[in-house]
Write a protein that binds this ligand. Sequence first.
Ligand code: BTN
Length: 263
Amino acid sequence: MTNASFDLERAPELIAATGAALGRPLEILDETASTNDVAKRAAKLGAPHGATWLAETQTAGRGRQGRVWLAQRGESLLFSVLARIVCPPSRLPLLALAAGLAVRDAVAKAAPRADVRVKWPNDVVCEGKKVAGILVESIGATGANAALVIGVGINVHSRTFPAEISPRATSVALLAHAPPERAQLLADVLAGLDKDLTLVAAKGLGLVHARLTKADALAGARVVTDAGMTGTARGIDTEGRLLVASEDGERTALVAGEVHLVG
Ligand code: BTN
C-alpha cells in the first residue's frame, strides 16, 4: 500500500471481515493512468481472481463510450476488480447491471435517507444526479487469461465538480449525514459484487431482477434514446434490456447504449 489516505487505512481489515473473495490482493496506488488498464495488464500476466487496484488519482480515467472520467485526487473511490469469470459477451451487460446494484447498495448504506438507484445501463444516481459509474471490460473471451475488469468510480468526498459535470453530479458526502469512509464503501461494494457476480454469471439476472426493478431509476420516466426515440421507460427485463414504450405504444428493448431523461 502506498500513501493511503486516512479513510482508506482500514480497507484491508474491512475487506477481510466481509469474507469476500474480491479485494485481495489490494494494491493502493498514489497515481496511475487508469486502474482498468492496470488491471488488464496484470490479468494478462496471470493476476488472480479478486485482485483489486485502487488509485488516489488517475491521469487518464476512462468512462463509457470513450468519455473521460474526472475525479479530484483523494475525493473519489477509483478502483478496478479482476474477476476470472468466463462470460459470453452477450452476458457482460448483466454483470455490469449486477455491479451497478452492488455499488447502489453500498452507497445507499452510507446514505440511508437518500433515494439511490441504478440508472440503466450502469450508473448509480440519486434524484437524477450521478454518484457513481461503472466500466466493465473483458480480456480474452476464452483461454487461461480470460477475465473481466470491473472499474468503479464513486464520488465520495467531493462537494464541488468541474463545470461540465456539475449540474449532473453528486457525491456520497452530499447525500449522507455522516462523513463517508472510503474503506467501508469499498468493502461493501466488494462484498455485494462477490455475491451478485457469481449468481448472475451462473444463473443470469433472475435472482437479482426483483432488486434491480426496485432500484430502477428510469421506471416510468420519459426518456430519449441514442437513436432519438422518445418514450417511457418500462423497466429492465431479465435479459438486462431496457424496455421503452413509444407514444404509439410500441415497445423497444434496448440492448446497449444510453438514454437521457426528457425535460
Ligand atoms: C462511466 O460512468 O462512464 C464509467 C466510469 C468508470 C470510472 C472508473 S474509475 C476506476 C476505473 N478506471 C477507469 O479508467 N475507469 C473506471
